[in-house]
Structure formats: structure tokens, C-alpha cells
Design a protein around this ligand. Sequence first.
Ligand code: GLN
Length: 284
Amino acid sequence: MKIEQIKQTIKNGGYHLPEHWVIDWLLEVLAKPNSFLITDATYELTKEELIAFNTGIDKMQSGIPLAQLIGKQAFWSLEFMVNEHTLIPRPDTEVLVETVLDWIKPHRFVSPAKLLDLGTGTGCIAISLGHEFAKAKSTSSNWQLTAVDLSNQALAVAKKNAQLNNVSNVEFVHSSWYNALSTEQKYHVIVSNPPYIDASDAHLTKLKAEPITALVADNKGLADIEHIVRFAPSYLHNGGLLAIEHGHNQAESVQAIFNANGFKQVKTIKDYGGNDRITTGVLE
Ligand code: GLN
């Protein structure tokens, strides 16, 4: 089989998979850069390469996402190891990272400033922020980050990701939301991408490969967000920021939860697709 034949099958929709999954998988098997597919379209896959390629295509067709097949996902400017124990980082969550960085910029904090990431999964939010804080030495080198998760398997992945990305300012803690933390320790920022999908949401049928505990929450998907917001005032400094990712149709409910728990300047920010995705509030 030649590369040009694979490209033709992609064009005809023959794999029934997202085009970039097939392309990225092919590049992974060949260990070549993108340009190879153009410059060497007549290249014939070896027997071993073809077996590996087809095995991966079969796996993806059976429901394994590309990120789990190759064991990694790009997020922010970094790369994160993923497996079946973690949510796969989504581009929309980069908006959450950006929102936190934008809010922090004009503020002056007494160092060390502290940030808490609840339900860290792969660690993508905390590690991306930790990476940026370490880079911006002059303004925010003294940030200390704490990332918690209920899953020890997810924490193992997150710790590995911190190492892989040379990020050393994140401490990982095994905890169900705030449970293992002390209210004596206050944070300047709390951030979270919690589970927020309702159990009856049709969208879930497409998300079978990721842990259900990272996706689904009771009470129309709002139960974990409610818990996080309700207890946030005990862990935030006055003037601190709470930033939470949520479903595209949850902005109104999430804003109401923020308002009911003493947050001010409550606002919602859209994701790259123009959907309501992040709500923030300041504790005053
Ligand atoms: N945004 C993800 C999705 O709908 C879900 C992530 C989450 O529940 N935190 O695919």
C-alpha cells in the first residue's frame, strides 16, 4: 500500500474516522514529519508498517481515540501523556488557562502566590500554568501550584507530565475536591475543569474511552460545580479568583451558583467554537 492510496481512501471517507486521526496515526507509524506525505506520496509502506497502520485504524474504529492510541495529546504549547485513566485535554480548556493568565497579569501578589487546580486529570491546566509562571520570571516566578485528583492513576499520569515538561512548581495531592486540604491554607486562584455532563446527554455515547468519573455529574451535570463553588470561599483569599469550565448550556446556572456563594464580577467566557464555556468570579 502506498501513501497516495491511503490519502485517496481518506478523501473518500473510507476510514470513517476524523481525517487528522488517520494522518497523524500514519505519521506516527512512519515516524516522519507531515511534509513526507507530500514529498513521498509514492512511498510504499513496508509489511510491518502496514500491519501497524491497519491495527491502529481498527482500534480507532472500535472507539479508541487517537490520543489514547499514541498515548499523547498536545495542549497549550506542551505535550501531555494520556491513558484510559484521564480525560483527554481539549483545546477549549486552553481558554481556561488563558483566562487565568489574563486575570493574574495586572495583579500584584505577596509571594508566594498560590493556585489550586481541582480534578487535574493529566495535569494539563496546572502544568501549563506552572510552565507560564516559571517562564515569566520577573512578574510571577513565585507561584506555587497545588493540583488534586481523586484518582491515583490520574495523579501518576499528571506527575509524569510535570516531569516530561520540566515543570517543578506543581505539587500533586490525592484528594476528593477540597477534602485533603486545610482551610488554613488559602489560595489566590482556584481553577477547575470538573465533570459537567448530564448522565442522559446523547454526547456521552461518543466519549466511551474516557473515565466516566471525569465526565458525568449528578444534578444535570452541575453537582460537582456546585460543590466546588460552595466551598471555594473557605479556601480563597479575599479578592481571589475562581474559574470553572462548564457545559455550553450551563452558563446561567453556573453564574447563579457563583452569585449565591458571594462571588462578584461574575462573567462567562466563550470557547473557540463560540460556546459559553468558562465562568469566573472574584471573592469580595
Ligand atoms: N468538554 C468535554 C466534552 O464535552 C467534557 C469535559 C468535562 O466534562 N469536563 O467533550
